[in-house]
Design a protein around this ligand. Structure first.
Ligand code: NAD
Ligand code: IMJ
Length: 259
C-alpha cells in the first residue's frame, strides 16, 4: 500500500476484463490510495466490470460508450452528483475493424478509417471536454498509445494512424488545459497480451521479437505500465505535460537489432 494518490479521485475508462491495461492501472491506483470510478462499454460488459469494480471498491461503475455523446453527457452529470471533484482520468480505449488490422493499409475503407479515429483518438477530446469542468483542483489525464503511431508495424495499419492523431491530440489538449492546472500525457506501452491483442495474427511472434531485441530483453508487464500511470497521475509528475512516456522495456530506441 502506497500513498502517492491518497485523497485523489480517478475516473478510469477502458476496463473490459482483468487482462485490460486499465484494470492493472485501476489496481495500482487503489494500492496508492485513490478512490475510483470505472466505466464500461455497454450492457454486455456490465456484469464483469461491476464485479471488478466491487473488488476494487470503486465508488461507481457507469455505462459509457464513447461514440455516444449522450453517454458522455450522462457520465459528466452522474459524476457531478457523486464525485464532483475529479483529480485523474485514464483513457484506455481503442477500436478498429478487425479486417483493417489484417489487410494492407491501402485497402482501409473510409468507414473503417473514421471508426478507428472516432473511437481511438477523438474520444480523448470528447472525454476531456466532458470531465474537465469537474477537475476543479487541476489534475491529470493519461491515455494509452503504441509505437505504431510513428513507425510502421505490420498489421497495425489504421490503428497507427489513429494513435498518431491521439498523440497529437495529447499535445493540443495539454496546451488548452495547462492554464487550468490539468496535465495531459500518453503512455506508449510495449505489446501486452490483452483482449485487444489476442486475435491479432502473429502476436506471439511480435512478443518474442520484442523480448529478444528490447534492451531489457523481456516484454512489457501491465503492472509496469500501471506504475507509470500512477506517477503521471501523482504530484510527482507535476512538471510533466504533453508527453509520450515509453514503457516498453526500451524497445523504441533500437534501430537495427541483431539480438
Ligand atoms: P482491452 O481490450 O482490454 O481494452 C480496450 C478497451 O476499449 C475495452 O475496455 C473496450 O471496451 C474499450 N472500448 C472500445 N470501444 C469503445 C467504445 N466505443 N466506448 C467505450 N469503450 C470502448 O485492451 P488493452 O490492450 O488493455 O487496450 C487499452 C489501450 O491500450 C488501448 O488504447 C490500446 O491501444 C492501448 N495499448 C495496448 C497495447 C497492447 O499490446 N495490448 C500496447 C500499447 C497500447
Ligand atoms: C494490434 C493490431 C496489429 C498489431 C498489433 C496490435 N500490435 C500490437 C497491437 C503489434 C501491440 C495491440 N495494440 C497496441 C492495440 O492498440 C490494439 C488495438 C485494437 C485491437 C483490436 C482487435 C479486435 C478488433 N479490433 C481491434 N481494434 C483495436 O476487432
Amino acid at each position: 500500500m502506497g500513498e502517492l494518490l491518497r485523497g485523489k479521485t480517478a475516473l478510469v475508462l477502458g476496463v473490459a476484463n482483468k487482462w485490460s491495461i486499465a484494470y492493472a492501472i485501476s489496481s495500482a491506483f487503489v494500492r496508492e490510495g485513490a478512490s475510483l470510478v470505472l466505466t464500461y462499454q455497454g450492457e454486455r460488459q456490465r456484469e464483469t466490470v461491476e464485479e471488478l469494480g466491487a473488488e476494487l471498491k470503486a465508488s461507481e461503475v457507469l455505462n459509457c460508450d464513447v461514440t455516444r455523446s449522450g453517454d458522455l453527457d450522462t457520465l459528466a452529470a452522474s459524476l457531478n452528483q457523486s464525485s464532483p471533484v475529479l483529480d485523474a482520468v485514464v483513457h484506455s480505449i481503442a477500436f478498429a475493424n478487425k479486417e483493417d488490422l489484417s489487410h494492407p493499409f491501402i485497402e482501409t475503407s473510409r468507414e473503417g478509417y473514421l471508426l478507428a479515429q472516432e473511437v481511438s483518438a477523438y474520444s480523448l477530446v470528447a472525454v476531456s471536454r466532458a470531465v474537465t469542468p469537474l477537475m476543479k483542483r487541476g489534475g491529470s489525464i493519461t491515455t494509452l498509445t503504441y509505437l505504431g503511431s510513428t513507425r510502421v508495424v505490420q498489421n497495425y495499419n489504421v490503428m497507427g494512424v489513429a494513435k498518431a492523431a491521439l498523440e497529437a491530440s495529447v499535445r493540443y489538449l495539454a496546451s488548452d488545459l495547462g492554464s487550468a492546472g490539468i496535465r495531459v500525457n500518453a503512455i506508449s506501452a510495449g505489446p501486452i497480451k490483452t483482449a485487444s491483442a489476442r486475435g491479432i495474427k502473429d502476436f506471439s511472434k511480435v512478443l518474442d521479437a520484442v523480448s529478444s531485441l528490447a534492451p531489457l530483453r523481456r516484454s512489457t508487464d501491465p503492472a509496469e505500465v500501471a506504475d507509470a500511470a500512477v506517477f503521471l497521475a501523482s504530484d510527482l509528475a507535476r512538471g510533466v505535460t504533453g508527453n509520450t512516456v515509453f514503457v516498453d522495456a526500451g524497445f523504441q530506441i533500437v534501430g537495427l537489432g541483431l539480438s
